[in-house]
Design a binder for this molecule. Structure first.
Ligand SMILES: Nc1ncnc2c1ncn2[C@@H]1O[C@H](COP(=O)(O)OP(=O)(O)O)[C@@H](O)[C@H]1O
Ligand SMILES: [Mg+2]
Length: 346
């Protein structure tokens, strides 16, 4: 019997609904449950074929357990190696390379020295910073936010240099990004599941927290929605996330990718609403079952690249072998037609 485990923190609605949904499929060889974990032993492979991880970003013990699980063949949604390697500035940089619109963005050196470092540790840093050049590139208003943030923590909306310096002074030893503000009309949060399925959710970040998902949206331009969908998928494919939300702020019809490092996205019934909730529970349940059914093996490939693509390499290997087969078939068809025409002999 294969097990799908759900690892979660304070959330209440999604984990239970996911377990219930998978078990309601009544599959012969797959069962879902909440993960149980204690002292993790080197010599005991974890009992799960798939783990849906909603919390390891907050709990290093869980992250270490999940990396060990991947090494033993568990597929983790999302891949803990990718997630550990990721940050917002890399995301923006990648988006720009992929041709997805992003606002002008810089990262800034830490305002306060990280613990255990001194002025002497910082001798590679330009001082003073070229603030004029930075302001010219970014413009105002702007957002100052952590490179490794989430949940709107330490996010500052600044309208001029005085506000920026005040916010920067409060940023402690965090690494901060400064980003031009998108003056948006529309704003979307998109669930992307399995790097394929996309659900676009109109969202208004200016409203109070509980009312942000717009449940009675206006009609949007179809072309805009198509681009949002394609860009969201493109980003998640490149990032290797199987579950993510991608946020776009739309100015003059251009969707700017704002935040797409949400590998444990909000999936609470009370914030996303019943329809979005049903969609995400169904989509993640189907994905987890699909992953449980796809046996995979990272053993024997002990290098980081293998872990970063763990859970995906089987597919690409399959595709490559299908391609090979198709081209062999084509070749043999060509050869046999040539034989028929008397051009070659076998
Ligand atoms: N460049 C931007 N333009 C407009 N709004 C922004 C921009 N950056 C952030 N915001 C606003 O701030 C919120 C939090 O920023 P975000 O990058 O999503 O951080 P977090 O990861 O903490 O959610 C966004 O949902 C959006 O409302
Ligand atoms: Mg966000």
């Amino acid at each position: 019997m294969k097990k799908i485990g759900v690892l979660f923190g304070m959330e209440n609605t999604f984990p239970g609904a996911l377990v219930e949904r998978i078990n309601s499929m009544h599959l012969d060889d797959i069962v879902a449950e909440f993960v149980q974990v204690g002292g993790v032993r080197l010599d005991k492979p974890p009992a799960y074929s798939v783990i849906v991880d909603r919390i390891s970003h907050d709990i290093p013990f869980y992250r270490a357990f999940l990396k060990h699980a991947v090494l033993h063949g568990t597929t983790v949604i999302n891949n803990p190696f990718w997630w550990s390697a990721d940050d917002k500035f890399f995301n923006y940089s990648l988006a720009a390379k992929l041709g997805v619109a992003v606002p002008p963005t810089v990262i800034l050196p830490h305002k306060h020295y990280p613990e255990g470092t001194t002025e002497r540790s910082m001798r590679n840093l330009e001082y003073p910073l070229d603030w004029e050049g930075i302001f010219e590139y970014i413009g105002f208003p702007a957002f100052l936010k952590p490179v490794d943030g989430g949940g709107w923590r330490d996010v500052y909306h600044v309208h001029n240099r005085e506000e920026l310096f005040r916010a920067y002074d409060q940023s402690r030893d965090l690494c901060m990004t400064l980003q031009g503000a998108v003056k948006f009309n529309e704003y979307f949060r998109c669930y992307v599941v399995g790097q394929e399925k996309v659900r676009i959710m109109p969202y208004d970040p200016r409203r109070p927290h509980a009312e942000r998902y717009v449940l009675d949206p206006p009609q949007y331009d179809k072309k805009l929605l198509k681009r949002v969908e394609q860009d969201a998928r493109k980003l998640c494919k490149a990032l290797g996330y199987d579950l993510n939300t991608v946020e776009f702020a739309v100015e003059n019809g251009i969707p700017y990718a704002i935040d797409f490092m949400n590998p444990a996205p909000d999936a609470d019934l009370h914030s996303v609403g019943p329809e979005n909730f049903k969609w995400i529970v169904d989509a993640v349940a189907e994905l987890a079952v699909k992953k449980a059914n796809t046996a995979k093996d990272v053993a024997g490939e002990f290098h980081w690249g293998a872990y970063l693509s763990a859970g995906a390499e089987k597919n690409s290997a399959k595709k490559a072998s299908a391609k090979k087969k198709a081209s062999a078939k084509k070749k043999s068809a060509k050869v046999s037609s040539k034989i028929e025409a008397g051009i070659v002999s076998e």
